[in-house]
Design a protein around this ligand. Sequence first.
Ligand code: SF4
Length: 86
Amino acid sequence: MTSAPEVLASALIELAEQGRATPCQGRRRDRWTSDDAEERAWAAAVCVGLDCSVIEECAAAAAERKEKFGTWGGRDRTVSAHKRGA
Ligand code: SF4
């Protein structure tokens, strides 16, 4: 069975082969992993607002990897340090 991260990787390769990029590969890509919650929220809005073509694959991959930091698939998945047990 193909994992969600593998599905996302294939979708990203396909996009690259078409000469296309996702919004998070643009000039402001640092906002997806910013320490600033407002910037991550901006990034999440961009995922949705610019209708990223791999948003479903991205969200599924992040969920499968249990991402706890950064914006993925139109959602800021950052868990506070307190909740992470830091
Ligand atoms: S949905 Fe995923 S791949 Fe698309 S812009 Fe957002 S973080 Fe990037």
